[in-house]
Design a protein around this ligand. Structure first.
Ligand SMILES: Nc1ncnc2c1ncn2[C@@H]1O[C@H](COP(=O)(O)OP(=O)(O)OP(=O)(O)O)[C@@H](O)[C@H]1O
Ligand SMILES: [Mg+2]
Length: 241
């Protein structure tokens, strides 16, 4: 919502956004409250249990001494045993909330690490300086997720030097075609060929150096225009975003 603020305003979505935010904020408030309450309870509860032990040792010990079963020194010894015993338990209890936080953070890290790797690229010997610029889409099938196919069996040959405009309603898949051409995504089926060679045969760097692309949403990054125009650098910036 923060990133899409302009769009939210443009479509009068403030009310809806606020409602959604209030709901999420409320949920966060409740769980944060619970977590803070429980983790701050840990210390006093452990202290209380520890002190209870002292009381029991003192009372029972006193009684045993009066009865003559043990000597006063035994009580002293017992109190020391008890302290050695309860201290590590209290320490574990104190870091239990840190364990929980670590588990939650690790989940996020592993989610990132579990992401699918980009398909390994091939070493190519294709000389990109000799490329003429014939582009062919051959039975291309693609969807951002396999259940929702955006491009179904698209074929077209564009000759070198030919100018082509792709026209269609919003969501038709125009930008998707360009993203496929530059291998931001790979086709699910079929192939895209440049000068009769599958684009998967080129290295990504070589392939992208063949294109100039102007996005419909303008992005300006920190840096010089020259850096922004360098595609590879641009991709790194995109990844960072
Ligand atoms: N990153 C993405 N993840 C999932 N679906 C996407 C993604 N990008 C686009 N889509 C979907 O793919 C379809 C085609 O989108 P695309 O951006 O190619 O349309 P477009 O023809 O460029 O539209 P526009 O004229 O608005 O630019 C749409 O249904 C869109 O919702
Ligand atoms: Mg588009």
């Amino acid at each position: 919502m923060y990133g899409g603020h302009v769009i939210v305003r443009a479509f009068n979505g403030e009310e809806k956004s606020i409602q959604k935010f209030v709901k999420m904020n409320d949920e966060l408030y409740k769980s944060e409250w619970k977590s803070q309450f429980l983790s701050s309870m840990m210390m006093p509860v452990m202290n209380f249990v520890g002190n209870l032990g002292y009381v029991i040792v003192a009372v029972m010990g006193g009684w045993f001494v009066v009865k003559g079963i043990i000597k006063i020194g035994d009580i002293q010894a017992f109190i020391q045993y008890m302290r050695s015993f309860t201290q590590p338990i209290a320490q574990i209890a104190n870091i239990s909330n840190i364990f929980q936080q670590t588990a939650a953070a690790a989940e996020r890290v592993f989610e990132f690490l579990d992401n699918e790797e980009e398909i390994e690229e091939k070493e190519t010997r294709i000389d990109i300086n000799k490329i003429k610029g014939k582009v062919e889409f051959r039975n291309v099938k693609f969807g951002y997720n396999p259940e929702k196919i955006v491009i179904k069996n698209f074929s077209e040959i564009i000759q070198p030097g030919q100018t082509v405009a792709i026209v269609g309603p919003t969501g038709a898949g125009k930008t998707t075609l360009v993203k496929l051409l530059m291998r931001f995504y790979d086709v699910n089926d079929g192939a895209i060929l440049i000068d009769d060679t599958d684009i998967r045969e080129y290295s990504r760097k070589d392939l992208r150096s063949l294109f100039g692309m102007v996005l419909q949403d303008t992005w300006l990054f920190n840096g010089t225009i020259m850096e922004i125009l360098d595609m590879d650098d641009w991709m790194q910036q995109m990844k960072r975003l």
